[in-house]
Design a protein. Sequence first.
Lengths: 262, 443
Amino acid sequence: MKSLRSNSWFLLRQLAVRDLESKHKGTFGGVFWLVAQPLLMLAIYTLVFGLIFQPRWKGIESIWDYALILFLGKIVYIYVLESVGRAPSVIVAHTSYAKRTQFPLELLPYMTQATAVIGVVISLAVWLFFYVLIHRGMPAAQGLLIPILYLPLCLSSLGVSFLLASLGTYFRDVGQIVQPVLFSMMFLSPVFYPIAQSPRLMQPWLKLNPMSQVIEQSRSILYFDTPVDWQWWASQMLLGGVLLGVGWLWFRRTKSGFAEVL
Amino acid sequence: MTSVIQCANLGKAFPMGKRQPAEVLKHELLGGGTKYAQTFWALRHCDLTVREGEAVGIIGQNGSGKSTLLQMIAGVYPPSEGSLQVHGKIAALLELGSGFDPEYTGRQNVFMSGAVLGLSKQEIEARFDDIAAFADIGDFINQQVRTYSSGMFVRLAFSVAIHADARILIVDEALAVGDARFAAKCMRRISKLREDGVTLLFVSHDVSAVRALCDHAMWLHGGMTREFGDVPDVTARYSEYLFADETSDGETPAQAASGGPGDTGSLVGQVHPAEGPSTEEAVHAEKDAEKLLRSGILNHWGTRLGCVTGFRIEGAKGLDRVFEYGEDLHVSVELDIPDGIDNAGLSVAFAIKDLRGADLLVCATALEDPGLFVGQSGRTIVKFRFKNLLTEGKYYFAVAVEDRSEPAIHYFEYIEGVEYFASLSSAARFGVFNVPVSVELGE
């Protein structure tokens, strides 16, 4: 059986569109929620962290900027939640494809990946809108590197998604474990603080987290005008490549048993 | 012609009970032989080569491994042993519309399932009108699928599947769902696809559909290939087997009655009052055909029970209780002419009835050859010969020994359901009983 077919892109697009739609299917707001949700989240961040907590972030004065800085980290976390967090249930949710038809199951982790990326794009657009509103000008041109900064994380999350999609099909408990693990990952990545403020001993470990590179570096180029640490990026690319390779091989090897356990 | 499907020693084992997911995972990861505590071989030692453009019918009872074979060919399950090679795009109509999402419209689902079947966007757009026209569900195509009737659902799903340009079409009982008109339309379409060189794998309980569509037939029994060959031969023997299975439950008198002359005298003794309806009303009531079949002798009465000592039916082709349309049949009734009766009025009659009890053919010696038994006494065999002109279906015999010397017929013995048989036809014949008709062109 061929794993890649000539119409895979079309099929993936159909799946991703349907996946996006299904999130808001039956709601009155419909696709409006795709944009409204990041907006609401940004509002809550501004309120809670800007007005109530008022923590200090070196070099940041305005509460609006503080909210936007936190949001840059939160976008990354939500991306991981939407891709890796959904992976354990993605095959189970498409049982009929696994059991009955000749269907390239590899596409399902790609599908969650695609919808998560679309979420990132929308959130970044919302972020940009408010940045422009506050600063009355575009962020630094370096900001165009953002997609490249995301690349290593995309590889890692796709690789882990493949692994978890398979494991979650065999063991439904995986889905239950993944949620708290991801939640702890949020605190073990610089979503709410810069790595420089964490204990020195922890810093190398925090830097290993694939989310950290994107969060730290996107803030660096957008707010602090520091150059991209390409060495960090490259090491994360390597990690991402390894995770993707392992995850993909694992998935390929184990997918023939899905029909039996579903 | 190249072979598009090649199975060699193909087998699929399922564990008895459900395997633990961890075991399945270990097996997938580390490979190795199938080592379950207890396995059930749904299919084993299956060899099948299907060449391009061929149509193979797969027949067999429930649980014979038909679906397992198709699912392996369609790529749902990996084989447990043996090798399987498939060349060409498959459209498997295994469970129609299983990929349909009820929340979406028919149109959206056509695009989605078309994509699953391997079509590109342009291809689906190009043939969308054909798909909608074939499904013939009108404006419902733009409605959510959950508003569909089950018939509309199947029609749309089938329509998408046959427009997917597959070189191999796998059809599994799918046609049984739609109404008769749509089923006929599907059959025509499948025949058309066959003319275009599409390879067909067709699974059906309906022997006549297999005969109409396929060149070869494979009879699976208990996970093994029982027979493979030309459609008429295999389907005939399969029908014969099915028929024997239906009527021989060990306790049905029909089998005992068919045992031949050696069973003389046993006939009457075999009639258990508890079995089968004992009153005529019960017999004439329209009853479930299968129930009727199982009950063997339906009705047995008369003033001289036991005078019919044997009943036999043989076809020219020698199959047991399965006869082809046009086949010569011999019915022999063995009787012990009762002492002290008027032989001039004696008549032996038989009738062929359909499963609802309607007489389709009645033949009595008193009409064909009056006075046949004059001078006869004791054990006598009467032979009837005729051509089987019954269309496909199941039928049964009634036999009677009667006295026709008076206007009111007196029955010495009447046995309804003395023997059962099936008639097969390779052509699609309608009606029930076809008397010979001559055809010529007039002015």
